[in-house]
Design a protein around this ligand. Sequence first.
Ligand code: SF4
Length: 332
Amino acid sequence: MRAISYTRAPDVPAAVAAVTSDPGSSYLAGGTTEVDLLRLDVLRPHRLVDINRLPLAGIEDRSDGGLLIGALARMSEVAEARAVVERFPMLSQALLLGASAQLRNMASMGGNLMQRVRCAYYRDPESACNKRIPGSGCSALEGVHRGHAILGTSEHCIATHPSDMAVALVALDAVVHVEGTKGSRTIPVDDFFLLPEDTPEREHPLTPGELITAIEVPPVPMARRSLYLKVRDRESYEFALASAAVALALEDGVIREARLALGGVATKPWRAHRAEDILVGEHADVDVFVRAAAAELAPAITRPMNGFKAELARRTLVRALQTVAAQGGGTA
Ligand code: SF4
């Protein structure tokens, strides 16, 4: 058994100073992933800095139609907030589909962004894993990889990013607010998640001690009729095999703007730019949806156990597009 010390941060500067000055320390928010990994001996901090009492739990309506969501707002609060349900239904749906009710009540929005991969080899200290121990190898490449990624992979890591919420945030062009000892800065959420490439152990561009304080969702009028569609092995308490966040702006049946992202198939929440580019200017019909989905999945690299994911992701995206188009889409 290892001893871990515990402190409660009184304010944001004190929390940032505590973790920045001590590389062996970590923030503790909802703890729904972190405590599991401590018990498994995968994460080994010697000090936890509890941030749960910091004033970062608000959900603030912006006058321009956007939202500023505090990093400590719980998933359940955000999923049920009227502004989210009405203006950003894809985000509400992704949160509700992302975890059980108990976990949603504990897990914070910032913690959701920081959650670690569900690759079984990452969670087993006996297995080789480049993400846990850089340079040790990747057991999933020749091992069990049915749930692993087919987009954004590298020869060093093929772990799927597990968040549903982040897929919706990527489609919405959300921005992450962070605070460090040198001040505050913002990071577009699409840039907040790094591809594994040669450094799978580095998942975010945060510097040591930087703390997520809020997530800003800009106004996206077309998102009022958006959808998050998740396909999984069972209907609850399960990660996505494939998912799609979709918003369309339609005018006389023509797609003026598209916001698309995929989950369950990539090493980061995957903005589907190729598909968006094909859709814009076209009539919203199934043929163009199929063409767009095929283009997005064209670079997929599949392995013996996860080849089915390419077709599943194509069909998931097409079905989500059909559903949103049948609702008339939103306004740009
Ligand atoms: Fe580790 Fe990534 Fe390989 Fe899983 S896929 S064993 S997380 S390096």
